[in-house]
Unconditional design. Structure first.
Length: 169
């Protein structure tokens, strides 16, 4: 409860009277522990994360095949089943940038003002091995993020077969 108290000098001030508020037995100690944790997290947090590379900072070595892939020929034959599976994955994950038919004219590429290869042109793919294409799909290149971790290796090989089939149409 608050009451007005007259000072001897003539002024007034408010005073609280009544029982003291009960203190939590852990109040001060809990606050000290909490503040110590906050301090440790603040100090530790910046060092716990490795700096991430922006997509545009990727170098040409980023699209190099992993050693186990570099020595591997395409294990997936370009059968109609493989090409159909590759087309389905391509339509879901690649067409937004590379275009529905592989012309490099997808909506997202246009929005980002990117100039992408036309995979329907035989000359575009002639200098790329299947392993090179696999590596680009899996690891990404330039602003393109890789599909590694989202696609299984056999799915990536199916997309390689589908991309190869675009130039033969």
């Amino acid at each position: 409860m608050r009451i007005k108290v007259q000072k001897p000098s003539g002024g007034l001030y408010l005073a609280e009277i009544g029982p003291d508020k009960p203190k939590s037995p852990l109040g001060d100690q809990a606050m000290k522990i909490f503040m110590a944790c906050v301090f440790l997290l603040a100090v530790w947090h910046p060092f716990s994360q490795e700096p991430k590379k922006a997509p545009e900072e990727k170098t040409s070595t980023d699209s190099k095949p992993a050693p186990e892939v570099a020595k591997t020929a395409n294990p997936s034959k370009a059968t109609p089943t493989s090409i159909a599976a590759g087309k389905k994955a391509y339509q879901n994950d690649c067409a937004m940038c590379h275009g529905k038919e592989g012309g490099g004219d997808g909506d997202l590429a246009a929005d980002m003002k990117l100039k992408l290869r036309d995979y329907r042109d035989v000359a575009v793919l002639k200098d790329l091995s299947d392993t090179d294409i696999y590596s680009i799909i899996a690891n990404g290149k330039g602003q393109m993020t890789g599909e590694e971790g989202r696609m299984k290796p056999d799915q990536v090989w199916d997309v390689v077969n589908y991309v190869r089939s675009l130039a033969k149409k």
